[in-house]
Design a protein around this ligand. Structure first.
Ligand code: ADP
Ligand code: MG
Length: 240
């Protein structure tokens, strides 16, 4: 589903991603961990071309991401992304936040889009909030709206960039539960998070990044009990 081959990324003089090789299969849940500034967000943002790679090959759901001929709208249709700060449209009701893209991009009628939206709002447990504005919802509820919005495009892959980092602690669980359910249903997911419990429980694979490199890649059982790399060991000592 996602294939990085020798991907490099520079921001001017700054070498942010170094020789990234990573293959993610359909249905896999990969959790990316590592210190702040190690390139996790950039890695994620390259997948839907919010950032362009400098060199190397990146293929996502059959699209050559860095090929000029690639239709970026088609690529993004296949990829849902959930950010730390929800990024909902503040002046639109919850339901309209979800129906907008399916109507505009997939060409659904309002009625079809609203039906789909309601089914996803039910799935994330907040169907009763459909008529509210984002500001009337808690952070955890807003993030669940953002997840429903991503799912309503029926993506092949869902990307999560620290989806619980901006939440009050008591709301982290409700968002992680929705993500766990999604993982169980077989969604392909790439998740950047500091929630090591989630990584341990849900990840098929943990990818540890440091200074722009993938330093270690392992099953969670292995990564959390006996990391091979010293840098991974130091990181785990700090966060666990
Ligand atoms: P992480 O998500 O692991 O904290 P990021 O991918 O956000 O790391 O950032 C990696 C490094 O790249 C950081 O040093 C950051 O300052 C730098 N960086 C990120 N975005 C840009 C940008 N648009 N221009 C220049 N440097 C950037
Ligand atoms: Mg980040």
């Amino acid at each position: 589903m996602i294939s990085f081959r020798q991907v490099e990324k520079h921001f001017g003089d700054f070498h942010v991603l170094k020789a990234i090789n990573l293959q993610i299969e359909r249905g896999e849940v990969v959790v990316v961990v590592g210190p702040s500034g190690s390139g996790k967000s950039t890695l994620l943002r390259c997948i839907n071309r919010l950032e362009t790679v400098t060199s190397g090959e990146l293929v996502v759901s059959g699209h050559q991401v860095n090929d000029k001929k690639t239709d970026i709208n088609k690529l993004r249709r296949d990829i849902g992304m959930v950010f730390q700060h929800f990024n909902l449209y503040p002046h639109r009701k919850v339901i309209d936040n979800i129906t907008l893209a399916p109507m505009k991009v997939l060409g659904l009628t309002r009625q079809e889009a609203e039906q789909t939206a309601m089914s996803y709002l039910e799935k994330v447990g907040i169907a009763d909030k459909a008529g509210q504005y984002p500001s009337q919802l808690s952070g955890g509820q807003q993030q669940r709206v953002a997840i429903a919005r991503g799912l309503a495009m029926k993506p092949q892959v869902m990307l999560f960039d620290e989806p619980t980092s901006a939440l009050d602690p008591e709301m982290v669980g409700e968002v992680l539960d929705v993500m766990k359910a999604l993982a169980k249903e077989g969604m392909t997911m790439v998740v950047v998070t500091h929630e090591m419990g989630f990584a341990r429980e849900v990840a098929d694979r943990v990818v540890f990044m440091d200074q722009g490199r993938i330093v270690e890649e392992a099953a969670p059982g292995e990564f959390f009990t006996s990391p091979r790399e010293e840098r991974a060991r130091l990181f785990l000592n700090r966060v666990l």
